[in-house]
Design a protein around this ligand. Structure first.
Ligand SMILES: [Zn+2]
Length: 145
C-alpha cells in the first residue's frame, strides 16, 4: 500500500501565460479558478481567450467550490522524466461547476483510486513561484452539493 503524495521540487514546472496566469494566481491564493462564458454560460478549462462552445470572447473567471468526481484515472509507475516520484495517480476530474481538470490524486493509496470517487482540491507550493492543484478524497463524500 503506497500512499500517494505531492511531487517534490525539481519536476518540470508549468509556465504561466497571459491566458493561464489568472488560474495560477488563483492556485497561489488557494482558489481553484475556471472560466465561464458570459454569453452562453459554458464552463471552461483549460484557460481560453474564446469560448469553445459558442466562440464568444466574453469569458469571466470564477472560483470553484473545489469539489468533483473522478471521471477517469491511471497510475504511473514509469515516469516520462526521472524527476517524478512514482507511483502517482493521474486523474480527470469533472468538477461540480461543469469544467474538467487533469490533475493528480493524493492522500490515499493506489488501491483506493476508483472512477466516480468524490474528491476535493488541495494546493501544494512546489517552489519557483508555482502552487500546484491536486485532489484528495472528499471526506464529505457524496452528500452536500
Ligand atoms: Zn459561450
Amino acid at each position: 500500500m503506497t500512499m500517494l503524495r505531492p511531487q517534490h521540487a525539481g519536476i518540470p514546472l508549468p509556465q504561466p501565460t497571459p491566458v493561464s496566469g489568472p488560474f495560477w494566481d488563483g492556485c497561489a491564493a488557494g482558489e481553484l479558478r475556471y472560466q465561464r462564458c458570459r454569453t452562453c454560460g459554458h464552463a471552461e478549462f483549460d484557460p481560453v481567450w474564446v469560448c469553445r462552445h459558442c466562440g464568444s470572447d466574453d469569458m469571466a473567471w470564477q472560483v470553484s467550490d473545489g469539489r468533483g468526481e473522478v471521471y477517469s484515472h491511471t497510475v504511473v509507475w514509469r515516469p516520462q522524466t526521472p524527476e517524478f516520484t512514482v507511483p502517482y495517480a493521474v486523474v480527470i476530474v469533472n468538477f461540480d461547476e461543469g469544467f474538467t481538470l487533469l490533475t493528480n490524486l493524493i492522500g490515499c493509496t493506489v488501491e483506493d483510486v476508483v472512477t466516480g470517487m468524490r474528491v476535493r482540491v488541495v494546493f501544494h507550493q512546489i517552489g519557483g513561484g508555482i502552487t500546484l492543484p491536486y485532489v484528495e478524497p472528499d471526506p464529505e463524500g457524496n452528500h452536500g452539493n
